[in-house]
Design a protein around this ligand. Structure first.
Ligand SMILES: Cc1cc2nc3c(=O)[nH]c(=O)nc-3n(C[C@H](O)[C@H](O)[C@H](O)COP(=O)(O)OP(=O)(O)OC[C@H]3O[C@@H](n4cnc5c(N)ncnc54)[C@H](O)[C@@H]3O)c2cc1C
Length: 577
C-alpha cells in the first residue's frame, strides 16, 4: 500500500474505483481484498494515524495503554438511567486497523446458533454457520509453531482456518490457577464442562483463550494482515476524517465522499467510479450516514440536514454486551511483573508476559441450566439463540493487589485491596437497545452515544446470575484453600435487590457495540443495509463493519466483523467482475 499523510498529498490524476471511509477492522479487510485485483485503484481514508506510528499496538501486553490516548476517539456515553445516571467512557480505536489495532485480541467466532439466527433475521442462508465458515477460515491463520504458544490439548486445530489472513494463537502460560480451573471442570462438569476449543461453534464451558497474535508474539490486525500486505494500487490516506458521503448524478447514488484533515482545514471531494464503502464502526458509520442526509427525516431536519434517504433505522438498534468487574480474595500467586523487564524481554525475543494481552489463560462460557429459576420468571424469553449458546462470559484480567487495568470504564474498587483474582463477567445477549444520534450537524463533534444500558429488566437479572455463577465457580472444591469469596461485590450482597444496586453502580459496556446500521432482509420494514451490505434506498454505497451486525454474538465481535467483511469483499468484487 502507498501512504499519504494529508489530502493535499493525494495524486491528482488517479480515478479511484472504490473509496473506503474508515480504515478499521471491516474497512481494512475490504480495502485489502479489493486491492487484490491489480486493475482496481482503491483509496481508504482513515481519521487516525498509521498503526505503525504507535508502538503499543504491536505489543500484545501493552493493549491497555492505548485507550484514552490520541489514538482513541474517547467517546463518553450519555448518562444512563440504568446505570444510576453514570456516563462511562467508551473507547474506540482511531488509527489504521481501528479497534483491531487496540483491542484485547480475544479471537471468538460466536456460536453456530448465533450465525443461524442472523441468517434467519436477514433471511439469507449465506449467513448461516455452515455458509459463513469458509469466510471465517479465510480470515484466520492458526499459529501452531511458536514458542509462546500451543500445547497439546488446549485447542482443536481441525476447527480452524490455517492459511487465512489474521493470525490466531492459543497461548499457554504456566500459572497455578490453570490446574485449579481444569480440576473444576471435573468437579462441577454440569455447570463448567471442559471446552477443548471455544471456537467449535458451541462455546459452553472452561476453555483456553485464543488471541489475534502472530507467531512472533506481535498483534495481528486488519492493518497488519490486510492493509500492509496490499499492493501499490491501495492508497491509504491517514489523519483525515470523512465528513459525508455525497450523491453523484442523482440524489441517491452515493459515490462521492467529502473529507478534511480537521475542522479548520479545507474540504476535499472525490468520486469513486464504482462504489463507496462506509466502515467507520458502530459510532462513526451512523454519524457519517446521518450527516449525509441518510436517516430519520424529522431528526435530520432538527439538525438542519436535508433528508436524501428517509430511513428511521439509521443509528437505532445500538447495543453492547454489559459487563461487571468481579474481584475474589485469594492467596493464589499473583500475576504481577516488572513492565520494563518484560518490555526488554519482548523487544529481545518477542516472548514473556507482554507477548500476551492478559496474564491468565482461561475464558469461561456459562449457559444457565434448564432448571434455573430465571427461566420460570414471568415474561422470561431466553435471549440466547439456543441451547448451544452461553448467557455469560467470564474473562480473566489478573491476580494482583493492584487495581485492575481494563479498557472498560469501571468505577474504582475499594482502596487498600489485597491480592484478588480480577475477572470481567458479561451478559452476552442483552435485550436493551439504544441509539446514535447527532448533537449538531458539525461532523467533527461527537454524536450522542446511548446504549440505554440495563433498561430491560432481563439484562440485569442475567448479569446477576452470572455473578452468582462466578461465586459458584470459585467455591468449587479446587479453590477451597485458596479463594475466600468475593470482595467485589462484597460477600454480604446476596439478595436480588442488593445485586441490582451493585450492578447499577458498577456495570459498564463490554466494548462490543453492534447494530447501529443493522442488516435486514430486502423487504424488512426496518434495517439499514440489505443482505449484500448495500445501504437501502441508495446505489453505490455499502456499509461494512460492526454496525451491520443485527445483534451481539456469543463472544467478542472482531471475528464476526472479519467474516462479514470477507463476505462483503467477495460480493463487491463479483458485482464488478
Ligand atoms: C478496547 C477494546 C477491546 C476490545 N477487545 C476485543 C477483543 O478482545 N476481541 C474482539 O473480538 N473484539 C474486541 N473488541 C471489539 C472489536 O475490536 C470491534 O468490535 C471491531 O474491531 C470493530 O470493527 P469495525 O470495523 O466495526 O470498527 P473499527 O475497527 O473501530 O473501525 C472503524 C474505523 O473507522 C475510522 N473512522 C471512524 N469514523 C471515521 C470518519 N468519519 N472518517 C475516517 N475514518 C473514520 C476509525 O478511526 C476506525 O479506524 C474490543 C474493542 C475495544 C474498543
Amino acid at each position: 500500500a502507498v501512504f499519504f499523510q494529508s489530502p493535499d498529498e493525494l495524486p491528482q490524476d488517479v480515478q479511484y474505483d472504490f473509496i473506503v471511509a474508515g480504515g478499521g477492522t471491516g474497512g481494512g479487510v475490504v480495502a485489502g481484498r479489493l486491492a487484490e485485483n491489480p486493475k482496481w485503484k482503491v483509496l481508504v481514508i482513515e481519521a487516525g494515524p498509521s498503526n505503525r506510528d504507535v508502538f503499543a499496538t504491536q505489543v500484545p501486553g501493552l493493549c491497555r495503554e492505548l485507550p484514552r490516548t490520541h489514538v482513541d476517539w474517547n467517546y463518553t456515553i450519555s448518562p444512563q438511567p440504568g446505570l444510576n445516571g453514570r456516563a462511562p467512557g467508551y473507547t474506540r480505536g482511531r488509527m489504521l486497523g481501528g479497534c483491531s489495532s487496540h483491542n484485547g485480541m480475544v479471537f471468538t467466532r460466536g456460536s453456530i446458533e448465533d450465525w443461524n439466527r442472523w441468517a434467519e433475521v436477514i433471511e439469507d442462508d449465506a449467513y448461516s454457520w455452515e455458509k459463513i465458515l469458509p469466510f471465517m477460515h479465510k480470515a484466520e491463520k492458526l499459529v501452531q509453531d511458536s514458542e509462546n504458544q500451543t500445547e497439546q490439548g488446549h485447542i482443536d486445530p481441525s476447527v480452524h482456518g490455517l492459511t487465512g489472513a489474521v493470525s490466531n494463537t492459543a497461548p499457554y502460560n504456566s500459572h497455578p490457577i490453570n490446574e485449579l480451573l481444569i480440576q473444576t471442570t471435573q468437579d462441577l462438569p454440569e455447570e463448567f464442562p471442559y471446552l477443548l476449543d471455544m471456537n467449535n461453534g458451541s462455546p459452553i464451558g472452561i476453555a483456553w483463550n485464543q488471541f489475534s497474535i502472530d507467531r512472533h508474539g506481535e498483534r495481528s490486525s486488519a492493518a497488519t494482515a490486510y492493509v500492509e500486505t496490499a499492493g501499490r494500487n491501495l492508497h491509504v490516506l491517514v489523519n483525515t476524517q470523512v465528513t459525508r458521503v455525497l450523491p453523484v448524478g442523482n440524489e441517491t447514488c452515493f459515490r462521492g465522499v467529502e473529507f478534511a484533515l480537521d475542522e479548520d482545514s479545507p474540504i476535499t471531494q472525490l468520486v469513486a467510479s464504482k462504489e463507496v464503502i462506509v466502515a467507520g464502526g458502530v459510532i462513526g458509520t451512523p454519524q457519517i450516514l446521518l450527516n449525509s442526509g441518510i436517516g430519520k427525516r424529522d431528526e435530520l431536519e432538527a439538525m438542519g440536514i436535508q433528508t436524501l434517504v428517509d430511513n428511521a433505522s439509521v443509528g437505532k438498534n445500538l447495543t453492547d454486551q454489559v459487563s461487571s468487574l468481579v474481584m475474589l480474595n485469594t492467596t493464589i500467586e499473583d500475576t504481577d511483573f516488572d513492565r520494563d523487564t518484560a518490555l526488554a524481554q519482548w523487544n529481545a525475543t518477542r516472548t514473556g508476559p507482554l507477548s500476551l494481552p492478559g496474564h491468565l489463560n482461561h475464558i469461561v462460557y456459562v449457559r444457565f441450566p434448564d432448571n434455573s429459576s430465571l427461566f420460570n420468571q414471568d415474561g422470561f424469553t431466553d435471549p440466547t439463540p439456543g441451547k448451544g449458546s452461553p448467557h455469560i462470559e467470564m474473562v480473566y484480567s489478573q491476580i494482583s493487589a493492584q487495581l485492575p487495568q481494563t479498557a472498560i470504564d469501571f468505577p474504582p474498587p475499594p482502596p487498600g485491596t489485597n491480592v484478588t483474582i480480577q475477572i470481567l463477567v458479561a451478559n452476552l445477549h442483552p435485550l436493551s437497545r439504544g441509539s446514535i444520534t447527532l448533537n449538531t450537524s458539525n461532523p467533527f463533534t461527537h454524536p450522542n452515544v446511548d446504549f440505554n444500558m440495563l433498561s430491560n429488566p432481563l439484562d440485569i437479572a442475567i448479569l446477576r446470575e452470572g455473578i452468582k455463577s462466578a461465586r459458584t465457580l470459585y467455591s468449587a472444591p479446587a479453590f477451597q484453600s485458596s479463594v475466600f469469596g468475593t470482595l467485589v461485590p462484597a460477600g454480604n450482597i446476596t439478595s436480588d435487590s442488593d445485586f441490582d444496586d451493585f450492578l447499577r453502580a458498577v456495570a459498564s459496556p463490554f466494548l462490543h457495540g453492534v447494530g447501529s446500521a443493522a442488516m435486514s432482509s430486502r423487504n424488512a420494514s426496518w434495517g439499514v443495509v440489505d443482505p449484500d451490505f448495500r445501504v437501502k434506498g441508495t446505489t453505490g454505497l455499502r456499509v461494512v463493519d460492526a454496525s451491520v451486525l443485527p445483534s451481539p454474538p456469543s463472544g467478542h465481535t472482531q471475528v464476526p466483523v472479519y467474516a462479514f467483511a470477507e463476505r462483503a469483499s467477495v460480493l463487491i468484487a463479483e458485482a464488478w467482475k
